[in-house]
Design a protein. Structure first.
Length: 117
């Protein structure tokens, strides 16, 4: 694996259709889901209310993850809201996932540093 991926668990450790939360890159909380044999990783922080609860959300048959607090939905692959939710611009951050020998590797994104004067 390349340096920008981190091993987080085994595929066999993930329950079907239920999330698990992990911390990667020291300060990045992600929620990981296994649905129908595929693994998805998204930010564990809801973009609407900034709570770290997405791992506890419900995944429907169309791969939309509902925040357990307010029910806003985000697609596990794209992070976008459902098409019928016009006017909502929030997007859930997604992470690339690679599977190698039953191990789940998740992309670690480099955060841009903010410089203050």
């Amino acid at each position: 694996m390349t340096d920008n991926f981190r091993k987080i668990c085994k595929v066999s450790d993930l329950p079907n259709r239920r999330g698990r939360k992990f911390t990667i890159a020291e300060d990045t909380d992600i929620a990981v889901f296994k649905v129908n044999g595929r693994v998805y990783a998204v930010s564990n922080v809801c973009p609407h209310n900034h709570s770290e609860v997405m791992y506890d959300g419900y995944v429907d048959e169309n791969l939309f993850l509902a925040c357990p607090i307010h029910g806003w939905q985000f697609h596990l692959e794209s992070g976008t809201v459902p098409p019928e939710c016009k006017g909502l611009s929030a997007k859930l951050e997604t992470y690339e996932v690679k599977i190698e020998n039953d191990e789940v590797w998740v992309e670690v994104k480099v955060k841009k540093k903010k410089w203050f004067r």
